[in-house]
Design a protein around this ligand. Structure first.
Ligand SMILES: Nc1nc2c(c(=O)[nH]1)N[C@H]1C(S)=C(S)[C@@H](COP(=O)(O)OP(=O)(O)OC[C@H]3O[C@@H](n4cnc5c(=O)[nH]c(N)nc54)[C@H](O)[C@@H]3O)O[C@H]1N2
Ligand SMILES: Nc1nc2c(c(=O)[nH]1)N[C@H]1C(S)=C(S)[C@@H](COP(=O)(O)OP(=O)(O)OC[C@H]3O[C@@H](n4cnc5c(=O)[nH]c(N)nc54)[C@H](O)[C@@H]3O)O[C@H]1N2
Ligand code: SF4
Ligand SMILES: [Mo]
Length: 710
């Protein structure tokens, strides 16, 4: 090997799977990323985002030193400042707000990288010590409704333990895993299909996997709960379930049996637009081909107002067919890092520092009792905007964001922006000047995952990985852990004294240091199955599968899942549907982007250069729209522009878009940002997920000259 050239084995954190990578480093510069053939999930494969890591970290617009705002908020005028000035100012302002109006008046936030890049444990600890219960992330519209719908049913998240590889029947339910969980699922699904596994896809859109499926159920958006209940109806009435498991391990089976009689396939056909024969066929195929594994989407099944109960119904399907904690089904891998696991660190219980009276103040817990019951550290964004804008139930004045692009990622973007504009003090650490960072008082340049060490354990099954730093951060970029350490010191908070100490803290449960983990690369915990048989049951209220949930009932929720119409639909709001006749699903994932990220990387831009709205040819014809035309998409909340993509694989009454568009367009945050159109008034009563999938809209052709864009 040439002098000054080295290869470092590590993991990629540009999205969820944490694929194995080999970084090629020449004279301290990252020159290439290669797939690691020895990695158990990705096995040498990489997606275009992973390959583009050097482009990302050396992108010329990358923030490289701290700046402070000098014009009015959002004007875009900045002045370079030193780290000392930046940190002193942030500590002083946040400390001052805490002193004047209470620690709860300061909100902390992060993006999905809080989980994928393992920032959440550190930010959570910092917040607890600072004394604020309020953390904004978008996990209410991400996987959280799946996890908790599952946990209240069978005590663990079926989604964190997908064993597609050994499955005889794979169900992709509102989950485009070939795109969205590529490094974790793609090879496993391929392997199972090549061995003859059946494939069922439930999706309003003909995805790549839908085109290969044995059965594709082209469902009406937002009606999955009815479909799951109808599949339960077929499986129960035809006695296709695992009778011994049901007898020994379920609670409330007879009541469920009665309940699902309300959902015969013939009736559910009208609700879901899926033919009753197909519902029966899918139910039978799933029940007769065990072990079977259902991938529940953290988009298709969480971004609606019945998300938690829909995921409960799906967990029931998994349970009564005997697919829990078995190879080829859904394995309860546990969390090797216990309280310090990234997922565990989403809840107060991981820290147990914040006094009860502060936890009581978490914004949104009055409205969403499940958030309170679980101790989840989610302050609901909508309630937070109200606190900023109206001072109710108390004022929110200060904000520290570590990444996250709230303006393009969160429902009702206009309100998000209005709220952030009205903060007294807002600081953010970022890689780039995003539409959210643009509104800050101070912007700090964050070190990229390739420029820091990390302990990685979210969605990694039974393995904890050492993520090794590949290169040093450029110029003045600093990692978020270090920023928190420096702020804690200034605020007089007892926190870590070094990054090394913070990494070791996460590993306490397995009794090794980060240096030792770095040496080994990974730690694999042995997998055991059917643990309920050895440990006296499941981690639920009844210690059995809570088909009927007394825990949820005592919180005022329905004890068994019920189909509720989406808040905007041809059925629930027929008058509105006259003006907005199409159903809009937003945020289908694009392989080359991660939410709003990578938009400024030319080699990725080329793969998906424009914001597209998928429209059926018949619908397009009737609206005079041709492929490639700019169209105006409008909902009662606003209008934006996208380009039409004529696509036969979508229901004529449905329009589908991606999300996260902003870069490269003037006022991109309002011209092409789909979250201008989304709703934050109708929310799931459990966790507050919003109907990003399944709104009403209208689409019209824009005179191409008037589009003002190219
Ligand atoms: N309409 C609609 N909206 C959606 C969705 C949808 O399907 N439809 N999907 C939702 C989902 S599932 C999610 S999870 C959210 C995602 O919401 P976000 O995570 O807020 O979205 P991103 O655009 O990925 O923003 C992350 C930002 O953090 C920065 N960043 C990345 N890593 C780091 C880091 O280590 N440190 C620091 N300081 N900054 C970093 C990036 O530069 C980027 O600008 O979006 C949601 N929004
Ligand atoms: N490349 C890339 N990968 C990503 C991300 C990214 O931004 N880019 N984001 C990551 C994150 S944080 C998350 S949470 C995951 C989310 O990824 P997924 O869980 O796959 O979610 P989505 O892509 O939002 O939607 C999945 C599918 O649901 C379908 N769908 C829409 N509405 C409905 C409905 O009402 N019912 C049903 N059954 N299906 C519906 C959509 O057409 C889509 O094909 O992806 C992760 N992976
Ligand atoms: S799928 Fe792509 S971006 Fe995601 S972890 Fe793997 S290589 Fe990285
Ligand atoms: Mo997500």
């Amino acid at each position: 090997m040439q002098e000054g050239y080295k290869k470092v084995r590590s993991t990629c954190h540009s999205c969820i799977p944490g694929c194995g990578i080999i970084g090629h480093i020449k004279n301290g510069k990252l020159v290439k990323i290669e797939g690691d053939l020895d990695h158990p999930n990705s096995r040498g494969t990489l997606c275009p985002k992973g390959v583009a890591t050097p482009d990302m970290i050396y992108q010329p617009e990358r923030l490289k030193y701290p700046v402070k705002r000098v014009g009015y908020r959002g004007e875009g005028k900045w002045e370079r400042i030193s780290w000392a000035e930046a940190l002193d100012t942030i500590a002083n302002r946040l400390g001052e707000i805490k002193h004047n109006t209470g620690a709860e008046s300061v909100v902390f936030s992060t993006g999905f990288h809080g989980i994928a890049g393992a920032l959440d444990p550190y930010l959570g600890l910092f917040m607890h010590k600072f004394g604020s219960p309020n953390r904004v992330t978008n996990i209410h519209i991400c996987a959280t409704p799946v996890h908790w719908g599952n946990i209240y049913t069978c005590g663990f998240s079926t989604m964190a333990g997908l064993d597609f590889k050994n499955s005889n029947c794979i169900v992709m339910w509102g989950f485009d895993a070939d795109v969205s969980w590529r490094g974790l699922c793609r090879l496993d699904i391929k392997e199972a299909l090549s061995k003859g596994a059946k494939l069922i896809v439930v999706d309003p859109v003909k995805t790549g996997l839908a085109s290969k499926a044995d059965i594709w159920l082209q469902i009406r958006p937002g009606t999955d709960c009815a479909l799951a209940l109808s599949m339960l109806n077929v499986i129960i009435n035809e006695r296709l379930y695992d009778e011994q498991f049901v007898r020994e391990w379920t609670f409330g089976f007879d009541r469920l049996k009665m309940h699902v009689q309300d959902y015969p396939p013939e009736k559910v056909e009208e609700i879901t637009w899926v033919a009753s024969a197909k519902i029966k066929e899918a139910a039978r195929m799933y029940a007769r081909n065990s072990p079977a594994c259902i991938g529940s989407g953290a988009g298709g099944l969480t971004q609606n107002t019945n998300s938690v109960q829909t995921n409960r119904a799906i967990a029931m399907l998994i349970a009564i067919t005997g697919n829990l904690d078995v190879p080829g089904g859904h394995i309860d891998y546990g969390v090797p890092l216990k309280k310090r696991a990234t997922q565990a660190c989403q809840s107060d219980a991981a820290y147990d520092i914040l006094p009860g009276e502060q936890r009581e103040k978490r914004l949104g817990t009055d409205r969403f009792a499940l958030i309170k019951d679980t101790g989840l550290m989610i302050a609901h964004p909508t309630v937070v905007w109200q606190a900023i804008l109206e001072g109710k139930p108390y004022p929110v004045k200060g904000w520290l964001a570590m990444g996250g692009n709230l303006i393009t990622a969160t429902e009702n973007a206009k309100e998000v922006r209005e709220a952030l504009m009205n903060l007294e003090f807002f600081a953010i650490s970022e890689y780039f000047m995003t539409p959210t960072a643009e509104l800050a008082d101070i912007v700090l340049p964050a070190a990229h995952w390739a420029e820091r060490d990390e302990v990685i354990d979210a969605y990694t099954k039974n393995i904890v990985y050492a993520h090794r730093k590949l290169v040093e951060p450029p110029e003045e970029c600093r990692e978020d852990k270090l920023i928190l350490i420096e702020l804690a010191r200034r605020l007089g908070i007892k926190y870590f004294s070094s990054v090394e100490e913070s990494l070791d803290w996460r590993l306490e449960a397995i009794g090794i240091t980060f240096d030792q983990l770095r040496e080994k690369g990974m730690i694999e915990v042995p997998v055991r199955y059917k643990k309920h048989e050895q440990y006296g049951g499941f981690r639920t209220g009844s210690k059995k599968i809570d088909l009927y949930s007394e825990s949820l009932e005592s919180l005022g929720y329905e004890p068994m899942p019920v189909h509720h119409e989406p808040p905007e639909s041809p059925v629930s709001t027929p008058e509105l549907a006259k003006e907005y006749p199409l159903i809009l699903i937003t945020g289908r994932k694009i392989l080359s982007y991660f939410h709003g990220m990578f938009r400024n990387i030319p080699r990725l831009q080329k793969l998906a250069p424009e914001p597209l709205a998928e429209i059926h040819p018949d619908t397009a014809n009737s609206l005079g729209i041709k492929d490639g035309d700019w169209v105006r998409i409008e909902t009662p909340r606003g209008a934006i522009k996208h380009k039409a993509k004529i696509f036969g694989g979508i229901n004529p009454k449905v329009v589908a878009t991606s999300h996260g568009w902003w870069y490269g367009y003037e006022n991109g945050w309002k011209e092409v940002n789909i979250n201008i159109l989304t709703d934050n008034r109708h929310l799931d009563p459990h966790i507050g997920s919003s109907p990003l999938k399944g709104l009403l809209c209208k689409v019209t052709r824009i005179e191409q000259e008037a589009a003002g864009m190219n």
